[in-house]
Design a protein around this ligand. Structure first.
Ligand code: 5GP
Length: 114
């Protein structure tokens, strides 16, 4: 058995973090090291998928639930507009191999990728 991920430990209350919102299968917390005025993490309660590629291939409904919660949170914590980032693989900066989406919002007009 591998060690529980940091996000599982947060969900189970072993590591303190405020659960900002949750749905049946997904929960959200603030990122401990914010990279934007609003930087939240949307995380499946299950650690079954290590990254978004596995998630999308196996459970698109769960991915949709994550996007829906990100949208709700962006409206509650910012003006409704947001970036959704899935770091995928260590070379792209992924450090926690329990899939999660970064929700970045608030004052993002500079540094657009588009
Ligand atoms: P990744 O680098 O895997 O895409 O994202 C993992 C994120 O989890 C990082 O942005 C990091 O700051 C955040 N993180 C790591 N440990 C904790 C923690 O204990 N609490 C919270 N709230 N965020 C964490």
């Amino acid at each position: 058995m591998s060690e529980p991920s940091i996000f599982t430990r947060i969900l189970e209350g072993e590591i303190p973090a405020e659960i900002l919102a949750e749905t049946e299968n997904v929960f959200a917390i603030r990122d401990i090291a914010p990279q934007a005025p609003v930087h939240l993490l949307v995380i499946p309660k299950s650690a079954a998928y290590r990254d978004v590629v596995e998630l999308a291939a196996s459970d698109p409904a769960l991915m949709s639930e994550m996007v829906g919660l990100a949208n709700t949170l962006a409206a509650e914590h910012a003006d409704g507009d947001f970036r959704l980032v899935f770091n995928t693989g260590p070379g792209a900066g992924q450090t926690v191999f329990h899939v999660h989406a970064h929700v970045l919002a608030g004052g993002l007009d500079e540094g657009s990728l588009g």
